[in-house]
Ligand binder design. Structure first.
Ligand code: GDP
Ligand code: MG
Ligand code: ZN
Length: 317
């Protein structure tokens, strides 16, 4: 019998598949890849959580995956190929496939938010063409609202920002509304409260909440594998392994400006088509920073990333 479903867990070649409704009433199956597919791909990202697959049930009750549907979206460590999954397979390391959105979680305190890091995350999201939501958790620790204020610029440039506190039960309902019927990836440094938020949204999940080290203010453990957890009201969430590995090693410094939402539309107005926006005359970005349309903090992030990537580029020749 041919079955279809969604891969919710992937560990060393064994895949857990949540099955679509079927004649036998099977709900979930553990499956491996057909040998033919393994040979075809020779890669770790052949199947990722979030992939839709078809499979056959074996006599011993396990499954064999014989087809993987093309991906609608991915969260990968590297740039996805615009022509689909086949060509990019050499470089692409997919963490989650077919996600609808990513929620970047920061804490108001313990650990303090690193907005530089947020700007990096946002570039990864823009590169992957993902809907992005920013969640500032632990707002109970932001008594004076200082951190909230610092995050307001992200709302101004069009990213939804949710303010939450697991302790004070703030914003949990709003967060829940965002998750319904979607595949959502939670990302952010260890210790910001991702597992706590997911447990608050869906008490049945029982995700392990980590201790934060008193000495460093950082989380002690990270979730090791990406796994999709089903939500009662429909949808799935993934509590990804620390996103530390989401480096921007596959990006050209000349295209960085395209991934800053508020800069991209202004770039064609620069006098020089190869404008670096660092010092050129007639630069539309510099003009926008000067008259307050672009935040100095975001511009500074751009400059730092640009320098960083120019150096990476120079070092690779
Ligand atoms: N004050 C405060 N602490 C929180 C909040 N959410 C989580 N924490 C604490 O932060 C620590 C790390 O939480 P955890 O969910 O494991 O973070 P994760 O590593 O991102 O999954 C734990 O000690 C939680 O109890 C919050 O809204 N306010
Ligand atoms: Mg966690
Ligand atoms: Zn310019």
């Amino acid at each position: 019998m041919s079955l279809s479903g969604l891969v919710t867990k992937a560990i060393s070649g064994f895949y857990t598949v949540d099955l679509d409704p079927n004649r036998d009433g099977l709900v979930q199956i553990t499956a491996q890849l057909a040998g033919r597919l393994k040979q075809e791909w020779q890669q770790t990202s052949i199947v990722a959580v979030g992939d839709r697959v078809t499979l056959v049930e074996n006599e011993d009750g396990t499954g064999t995956i014989d087809h993987i549907e093309p991906r609608k979206s991915v969260l990968s460590r590297t740039r996805p190929s615009p022509t689909g999954r086949r060509q990019s397979v050499d470089q692409e390391q997919v963490l989650v496939a077919n996600l609808d959105q990513v929620i970047f979680v920061f804490a108001a305190k313990n650990p303090s938010p690193n907005l530089r890091k947020l700007d990096r995350f946002l570039i990864v999201a823009e590169m992957n063409n993902l809907n992005t939501i920013i969640c500032l958790n632990k707002v109970d620790l932001d008594k004076k609202g200082k951190i909230r204020q610092r995050l307001q610029i992200y709302e101004e440039i069009g990213y939804p920002v949710i303010w939450t506190s697991v302790v004070d039960d703030q914003g949990i309902g709003e967060l829940k509304d965002y998750l319904t019927n979607k595949i959502t990836v939670f990302s952010g440094s260890s210790g910001v409260g991702k597992s706590s938020l997911l447990n608050a949204v869906e008490p049945g999940l029982g995700l392990k909440v980590n201790q934060v080290s008193k000495a460093t203010g950082k989380g002690l453990h990270t979730t090791r594998y990406a796994e999709l957890f089903p939500l009662e009201n429909g949808g799935y969430v993934a509590d990804t392994p620390g996103i530390r590995g989401l480096a921007l090693f596959d990006i050209e410094y000349t295209e960085l400006d395209a991934y800053f939402r508020e800069m991209a539309p202004l770039v064609p107005e620069c006098q020089f088509s190869d404008c670096s926006h660092k010092h050129e005359p007639g630069c539309a970005i510099i003009a926008a920073v000067e008259d307050g349309r672009i935040s100095p903090q975001r511009y500074d992030s751009y400059l730092r990333l640009r320098d960083e990537h120019e150096q990476i580029d120079a070092a690779s020749y």
